[in-house]
Structures are given as structure tokens and as C-alpha cells.
Design a protein around this ligand. Structure first.
Ligand code: SAM
Length: 261
């Protein structure tokens, strides 16, 4: 498997470029989406097994907690942004019933293909698989009941733009829920988590997915992501109301909820 995270054609920023971060690297803004796509191209086929290995299966509990809190109405329509291989979509469908509809959107066709195959293997229907960008959603204004994004927002180049666009497609009364890694709030756990993330995760990535750099990016991007309060402020700035936060596993991950009223 090619090590795309250190892509040979990676461009160094010029003095005039707008820059952003890609993990701990500074890259031209125009280059980030391509690099993120390369990371998930490289790991798509091993993505699900890596999630189980890295988290000891805990990511499943977090995703179930997300759908528990969402508590979707039967027959409702979800847009799952950065939906990858379908974990959130499948849980939503199981909860919202056979008349529900899910649009799974991801920038990466490889992830979408893995998700679509999983859905077929499980005999699932009623899912639309769309390749698209969280910053420019190909959906009409006020067209869905819920928008979710799990472990996707930190990969987006312009987070504020994406938040505004996710609010745009929500119907009035619709709800947004984001699951993302966050800031550990339990003293002592932060040190253990730090050691584990920087030492072990890239090694597991190398052994299982053949790509340590992709998983080093994952760890670095988690560190660069805003803490719970800062991200809650970004939701308010995007126009969401009644913003609430729930920590999961001592803040290793967090759920952010907001409404379009
Ligand atoms: N939501 C899935 C889950 O929880 O298992 C997948 C999460 S995976 C860590 C992050 C996903 O975000 C990848 O599938 C990636 O392709 C997608 N992604 C990254 N940037 C994106 C963007 N700008 N728009 C849409 N999807 C994006």
C-alpha cells in the first residue's frame, strides 16, 4: 500500500498561500482536502478493523451514545456527513426504522465504496451514498431532519464553512450532532492517553493498515482540534441554538449538539 500521507508531490506553502494545518504540518489550504483524501484512500479497506483495534471497540459505544442522544423520530431523514463506511448511518436506520432515509456523504469514494458494500452485505436499503464535500453540500436548504458528523469535522479545511452549510440543509426544528475526539478532562488519563496515542497508534497503523503516517496524522489532527468549549462556540457562531456538550470516556471524545430553530 502506498504511503500517501507523505505524498511525494506534497507542496510546500509559498509566502502568499493561505495556510492551514495537516496534523502538525503547515500546508497550503488548497492542499489539505487532497491530503486528507489520500489518507483515507490509503486506509479505507482496513478502516473498520483499525477502529476496533485502536479503541478496543470503544468507538462502537460512542457511536451508539450518539444515536441514543439523537433519539431519531421514525421515518425521519438523516444526512451523515463524512459518513465513511456507514457506522452512524446503520445505527440510525436501525433506530429510525424502515421508512427512514439516510444520505451518507463523504469526500472519499474509497470509503463510500466500502460502506456501500457493507450495506449490501447486511441487506440494507434506503441509503443514498454520495461523494461530496462537507463545505459544499449538494442538498437543498432545509431538506433534512438531522445532520450528523462523526470523527469527520477535524479533517475539514474550513470548519466554520462546513458548520454553516450543515445548518443550511437542516429543516427548522432540525438537529445537528457531532462526535469528535476532544480534550481529556480526567487528571492522569491525559498522560496515559498521550503516550498511547503517539507511541502505539502509529505502530498499530503500520502493522495493520501498512501506513504509520496516516495514523500519525490522525493523532496529530486530534491534538490540533479545538477543546469542548471552543468548539461549542463555533457551533453558536454558525447559528446553532441550544448548544450542549457531553463528554465520553473522560473527554477522549465529546458529543456536541445544536438545533436549527
Ligand atoms: N464517520 C465515519 C466513522 O465515524 O467511522 C468515518 C470517520 S473517518 C475518521 C473521517 C471521514 O471524513 C473519512 O471518511 C474522510 O474521507 C471524510 N472527510 C474528510 N474530509 C471531508 C470533507 N471535507 N467532506 C466530507 N468528508 C470528509
Amino acid at each position: 500500500m502506498t504511503d500517501h500521507a507523505q505524498a511525494p508531490n506534497a507542496t510546500e506553502p509559498n509566502a502568499t498561500d493561505k495556510v492551514t494545518h495537516f496534523g502538525f504540518e503547515t500546508v497550503p489550504e488548497a492542499d489539505k482536502a487532497r491530503r486528507v483524501r489520500s489518507v483515507f484512500d490509503a486506509v479505507a479497506k482496513r478502516y473498520d478493523i483499525m477502529n476496533d483495534l485502536m479503541s478496543g471497540g470503544v468507538h462502537r459505544l460512542w457511536k451508539t451514545a450518539m444515536i441514543d442522544w439523537l433519539n431519531p423520530a421514525p421515518g425521519s431523514h438523516l444526512l451523515d456527513v463524512a459518513g465513511g463506511t456507514g457506522d452512524i448511518a446503520f445505527r440510525f436506520q436501525d433506530r429510525a426504522g424502515p421508512k427512514s432515509r439516510v444520505t451518507v456523504l463523504d469526500i472519499n469514494a474509497e470509503m463510500i465504496l466500502v460502506g456501500r458494500d457493507r450495506a449490501l452485505d447486511q441487506g440494507r436499503f434506503g441509503l443514498d451514498w454520495v461523494v461530496g464535500d462537507a463545505e459544499k453540500l449538494p442538498l437543498r436548504d432545509r431538506s433534512v431532519d438531522y445532520v450528523t458528523i462523526a470523527f469527520g469535522i477535524r479533517n475539514v479545511t474550513h470548519i466554520a464553512e462546513a458548520l454553516k452549510d450543515m445548518r443550511r440543509v437542516l429543516k427548522p426544528g432540525g438537529r445537528f450532532l457531532c462526535l469528535e475526539f476532544s480534550k481529556v478532562v480526567v487528571p492522569g488519563l491525559d498522560k496515559i492517553y498521550e503516550e498511547y496515542s503517539f507511541r502505539l497508534i502509529p505502530q498499530i497503523g503500520r502493522m495493520v493498515a501498512g501506513n504509520a503516517d496516516a495514523y500519525r496524522y490522525l493523532v496529530e489532527s486530534i491534538r490540533r482540534f479545538p477543546d469542548q468549549e471552543t468548539f461549542a462556540g463555533m457551533l453558536r457562531d454558525a447559528g446553532f441554538e441550544q448548544v450542549q456538550v457531553r463528554n465520553l470516556t473522560g473527554g477522549v471524545a465529546a458529543l456536541h449538539s445544536g438545533w436549527r430553530l
